[in-house]
Design a protein around this ligand. Structure first.
Ligand code: G6P
Length: 367
């Protein structure tokens, strides 16, 4: 085929590096600078129907589920509509209540994940409206949905999803913007977020430019048998995705935890042998997050902090990875990229097959 890894050692590397260009494609033609909103023609809903939505339920598996949690936060923040994400693999087994004024959103790179497809069918069987955030055009999930947002990430081959995931996040930002602008999101806030979205490709590029530095940090983490990834509120799905990537390709035990819950259990496991990767954006929770870092440092837990230059870590002994700041609602995706690079470089050092980790498939089409 014409799609190969080229000068890259793996598809995962190629696909990580393609993210700025992929991000431009998902945004192209969909931003309305004048009215501070998004145009998503594929949703097939007019303003009145969009306005009638009272709840958003996001369904996906693996990384698509974690980015769904980021998406739920975007919908709640921008549109002030209650939203949550659930593992599509669990959804249909608990006899879910399907409501006519809920918008169901299926998220999938391949569009072929059976658990997600069956969740969509369960919603439709009960008369619910489902849209898809799907990368592969014409895939099973895309065909089964009432409408959707194609992700335009281009082909993704590595099992560990990178550029598709970034575009899922941006797809959610567009959806949240459109939902918000038929409600109480002001035109000024809409414009602020559009300007933020337009900065994302160059900011992703700026993170990629620091790959060598991040590779150096990965070398320290690769030696650990077990790690924590922590974050809270907006940062927690970022930590979940970071832990998922790390365990998928480095085969190290990586556990995601809410920073706020550390003291309610896992702090017992912190020691010199157990590093923590902490997601600490510059936001209303920075001080509390830094407080938790002190707790970890006091137990001699090695710390890597993915953060912003404006964050003052005080005297905490930590290796920091600073990423460019955007609007705080949009920061999660920029905080995610260094975690992809950490997982990739750890796996590379450990000599693993980056693109085809053991026991995993790119797309799981069985139950
Ligand atoms: C598999 C892959 C994951 C992926 C998930 C969902 O489990 O190993 O990397 O996130 O499927 O795939 P989808 O194609 O539905 O996004």
């Amino acid at each position: 085929s014409s799609y190969d890894a080229g000068e890259h050692d793996s598809f995962m590397h190629k696909e990580m590096v393609e993210q700025p260009a992929a991000a431009e494609r998902v945004l192209r033609g969909r931003l309305d600078e004048r009215f501070g909103t998004a145009h998503l023609g594929g949703l097939g809903m007019d303003a009145r129907e969009t306005r009638a939505i009272r709840r958003v339920k996001i369904l996906g598996c693996g990384s698509a589920y974690y980015v769904g949690q980021m998406g739920a936060a975007l919908v709640e923040e921008l549109a002030r509509i209650p939203a949550d994400a659930e593992a599509a693999s669990e959804f249909r087994y608990r006899d879910p209540i399907i409501e006519p004024d809920t918008l169901y959103v299926a998220v999938s790179q391949s569009g072929e994940t059976l658990d997600t497809l069956l969740a969509v069918q369960e919603v439709r069987r009960k008369g619910g409206r489902v849209i898809g955030l799907v990368n592969v055009v014409g895939s099973a999930i895309a065909r089964e949905c009432d409408g959707g947002i194609y992700l335009h990430a281009g082909p993704e081959v590595a099992v560990a999803s990178t550029k598709a995931l970034t575009n899922m996040f941006l797809g959610f930002a567009l959806l949240a913007l459109q939902l918000g602008r038929v409600r109480d999101l002001s035109i000024a806030d809409g414009k602020r977020l559009i300007a933020g979205l337009q900065r994302i490709p160059e900011q992703l590029e700026a993170v990629l430019a620091r790959e060598d530095e991040i590779a150096g940090v990965a070398a320290r983490l690769a030696e650990a048998e077990s790690l924590f990834f922590i974050g809270r509120v907006r940062g927690f799905p970022v930590a979940r995705e970071g832990a998922q990537k790390f365990k998928e390709i480095s085969y190290r035990h990586a556990e995601a935890y809410q920073t706020s819950e550390l003291k309610h259990g896992p702090l017992a496991l912190i020691s010199e042998a157990v590093p923590t990767v902490a997601v600490v954006p510059y936001d209303e929770l920075t001080d509390r997050n830094v407080g938790a870092l002190h707790e970890i440092a006091a137990r001699r837990g090695p710390l890597v902090v993915v953060t912003h230059a404006d964050v003052d870590l005080g005297d905490v002994d930590a290796v920091r990875i600073d990423v460019p700041r955007n609007e705080r609602e949009l920061d999660p995706i920029l905080l995610t990229l260094p975690l992809q690079l950490l997982a990739y470089h750890a796996a590379l050092l450990l000599g693993h097959d980056i693109d085809k980790p053991r026991n995993l498939a790119k797309s799981v089409t069985v139950e």
